[in-house]
Ligand binder design. Sequence first.
Ligand code: MIC
Ligand code: SF4
Length: 755
Amino acid sequence: MAFDFEMIKRVYAGMHSKVEAARKTIGRSLTLAEKILFSHLHRDQPLQNFERAKTYVNFAPDRVAMQDATAQMALLQFMQAGRPTVAVPSTVHCDHLIQAKVGAKEDLDTALSVNKEVYDFLASVSNKYGIGFWKPGAGIIHQVVLENYAFPGGMMIGTDSHTPNAGGLGMIAIGVGGADACDVMAGLPWELKWPKLIGIKLTGKMSGWTSAKDIILRVAGILTVKGGTGAIIEYFGEGADSLSATGKATICNMGAEVGATCSLFAYDDKMSIYLRHTAREDVAAAADAIKQHLRPDDDVYANAEKYYDQLIEINLDELEPHVNGPFTPDLAWPISKFAEAVKANAWPEKLEVALLGSCTNSSYEDITRSASVAKQAIDKNLKAKAEFTITPGSEQVRYTVERDGLLDTFDKIGGVVLANACGPCIGQWARHIDDTNRKNSIITSFNRNFAKRNDGLASTHAFVASPEIVTAFAIAGDLTFNPLTDKLKNENGEEVMLDEPAGYELPPKGFAVEDPGYQEPAKDGSNVQVVVNPESQRLQLLAPFSEWEGTDLKGLRLLIKVKGKCTTDHISMAGPWLKYRGHLDNISNNMLIGAVNFFNEKTDLVKNELTGEYGPVPVVQRAYKEAGIGSIVVGDENYGEGSSREHAAMEPRHLGVRAILVKSFARIHETNLKKQGMLALTFADKEDYDKIQEDDTIDILGLADFAPNKALAVVLHHDDGSSDVISAHHTYNEHQIEWFKAGGALNIIRRKFAK
Ligand code: MIC
Ligand code: SF4
């Protein structure tokens, strides 16, 4: 599992001259993000002063990380690239497919048998192509990466939107779709628009019930779910340096919820200590030696407004614990206002389940602080009133907290320890509930709380908070409880208060683990066979998508005009559908089933224009495909928010949708659409959304001259014989237009390596 120290040394050795050259070219001091970006330019990318949010730039990332639910598609694509091994160090992590039902051991055993075919596939592909394989039970990708691979000043891409977690160790780590990972593993450059920069200055110091999670919950309230789009968020200030590395990682992790490309902290003593505690003394020493390149230049701190496109200041002395939700992670409530909000909105006050864990909050520090709250319940004779589950982030954390007696503490208040995996966070949760229609509340230490995400129930109101607040709420069982001010009645009828949580950043006795769950790939994998059963319901080899026909797209039918929030969970739901992540045709049966149809306010019910009847979205789309008719999907703001899953782009492509026309896109989803050869368009005038009618036939014109920065014309032929011509913008560069023409980026790679 050895991290690649030689690679890290190479990165550090090249950093000085690259940073100096960039500083000279730009003619000013540099922020940290700029230093890392400039030192990772692809060798074919000329150095220049790139325009933020405008210029596409080619990078050469140091690493690739993939989790099982997205790795299947990434690797099915990579297998077609025709390379013998991966070009950069890469790993696969089995964390998303384990369903939480009974408890850690039983659930893991069930997953091993239920998902055998997929695990065997991932293990053999990894073995063949030189990819490190982390077995089921080893932990959640972002925790395992933080503990083993992340390093200050590095650049990584990962097929998961919370890849930016590694920013807690000062790494530029960005979530991408599998097709992007496939490029980098094939040795091709990776392209990103030169990001904008948001600076967040943290003054003061946190205390009491407030923790790192509350910083990002507050930031989500300020920036909203799209405020970070196209930007890297850099945290700095005395408050930043006082946070533990895992606390920093929590903040960077959840930066995905504001749409940020990634988030970043500067290298400091906290990171150095974390590296040393996780057996990477040599990385810490190497980073110490080039520390000046792993932090912004001095003038950036002194005159921050000159360097950032947006500057936010948060005073940690005054920051309250927050609870965000329901249904969206940016609805931020300071705890002092939360009870009022619960009552005013008539959200269910009774808390039914409290869930601790996820890649956001499952560090040693998180667990010790939560356990300190749980322990008080035991000492003060309180019982947890809500169901309570705990998912450790990695086997290393689990083993260590078990050794230190902390799991026992949770057990004593009725907590159930689940497998080291995503579990309920991604809807892998067999929730026991008497009435699935009853409005109910749950609280989690996770990052996302979109409708139906955790348990598939529209009636569930999910809130997100810090692990210590989640634990306090588990004990109180009541959403109107404020642990800072309110008393609880114990089993003896006495009124008691919970004291402030206390914990350890790192285990005083050090981390320990017996079997971390890692499998090293074969030195020479050329003889390793990867078999995919053609009858399989879970894996399907990919057939190339067809090329663009060379003409404008005419006579498209409107598949659905989506109303309001449409995340990737609405486009390609997870939970029960995760089992089809390696089988494009099967998973396509979930396409857009969670999206609300503007015309009838219902989900999964759209008009089939061929018959005039209403039916489920995938069924209607298959009818259009069968009839050889293309279609179009219309959407609202921040379309495709959330996950990196490229299935949300591949499914419409596979089923014959030709274009997605929306008010705005989330970054990863827009790229995924382009990569798969779809047209990703935005309304030039957002009000044109209102002109789209249910029975419209739609033409997209101007494709013969498809060019960067040139709008396309969209003609809406309405049923009454009238028509509207509207303008659609796009962000394709020359190179991405080639993807469209070739029918997808993979067709180009295929050609390249076939030569
Ligand atoms: C998520 O948190 O939504 C996921 C599940 O981790 C996704 C990846 C996926 O859909 O497989 C993500 O964040 O990218
Ligand atoms: Fe897993 Fe949840 Fe983290 Fe996504 S957000 S990687 S599902 S724990």
